[in-house]
Design a protein around this ligand. Sequence first.
Ligand code: GLU
Length: 510
Amino acid sequence: MSKKVRVRFAPSPTGGLHLGGVRTVLFNYLFAKQMGGDFIVRIEDTDQTRFVAGAEDYIFNTLKWCGLEPDESPLHGGPYAPYRQSERKESYRQYAEQLVKAGYAYYAFDTPAELEEMRNKFKTAENPSPQYNQVLREKMRNSLTLGEQEVSSFLSEGMPYVIRIKTPLNETVSFTDMIRGEVSFNTSQVDDKVLLKADGMPTYHLAVVVDDYLMKITHAFRGEEWLPSAPVHLLLWKYLGWLADMPQWAHLPLILKPDGNGKLSKRDGDRLGFPVFAMDWTDPATHETTTGFKEKGFLPEAFVNLLAMLGWNDGTDNEIFSMEELIHKFSMERVHKGGAKFDYEKAKWYNHEWIKKSGVERLELGVRNVFEEKGIVITDSNLLLKVIELVKDRCTLLPDFVQQGSFFFQSPAVIDTDSVKPKWDDKKNMFFTELIRAYELSTLWETSDLEKEFKELAAANQLKPGELMAPFRIMLVGGKFGPGVFDIAAVIGKNETIKRIEHMLQLLQN
Ligand code: GLU
């Protein structure tokens, strides 16, 4: 029987979640769901110096917003708890010690000053930052260079030490990446990474391998920036005797700046005016807020859809996929090796498509919120739904609903009389005065009735309806935008329509 698929997203909670991070979650999630497997979130917080308050909550809120709920996590619990590495501290030491005993790792007693000295002493033009590696470890204070006695007395005296992996010289290690195929490394390029720190905490390298093993992870998908760490992990899987259980890896392509020059960073977003984080993130130290896709007015369906298309397609021209469709169609083999350029205009296009595609009820809450943020409180839900139906095809981001629809709920604050004035004359004035009377008397208030009356009156006055519609629109909405003008009149009702025509006539008299 084949093993149950178990994948994990293993973030270090150090700040807002970059869209590349959410895409990693998404690909993990899609794969797990397609295979009937489990999606685990494990918090990799062993580096206490990088602890950032609120970052973990932020991650879970983002996953919730995107609809990427884990099956197991510190919040959801699960059979392999705890899911926070800081709470698993005690489980790592034994493996580091096991490696020391087997000769694959060693104790290193070097002080920070000694390490600094080593870096200065061996620095050359070709090697500006010398590493603690196969060559230099011979020159340092560790259990490879010191006598056995000395080592045991250091240990019993409680001298601080770290445990480092003993990387072999000039060996080739390789694995098959689900996206890149066979990937090999020469171990001489790998330094002797610290596995267990002086405070007893594991480093990422040890913890990720131990936890992937203990949590029975079958597939590990992560960003391409982790590829250089892969040989260290491979050696650890091998030295711990777990190679047969090593997960299958996929290193996902980078998300690139719009011009394709390097990895997309938070700073690019600030510079170019688009979000890079999933949701707003406020740095607790600087109180600086970075805008997220959510607050910018993206629907989670669109966000998920656009992320999936950053590096993947289904082999056709189809670009719009729901989560269900993605679960069905996704395949790691179709993920490109090359980086995916981020295009904000395209991102907005996805949102526009999703707004058009969504039913009015789906949009109601989000639209209500954007109105409320602008101080427009909506009490009539039916009215709101009608407005959404009328304007949604014109909206790209949720706040566009305010621009496209606020005049349904309140008289326009600004009225563009300037574009009416040049063509205004007595005949038009007469027409609208009569229109007020006609509408006052009308017993029917549907779009088609209003249009009919308007056009009949225009004909009776020998005026072209086309010349009258533009001023009528400006009376009702304040400018040259919005859905069909008779639809607007039908929705805002008789009193409001007449009031707005009268208001304009007054403005034009002054
Ligand atoms: N803790 C790593 C991160 O912050 C996880 C990398 C991995 O998935 O192995 O992304």
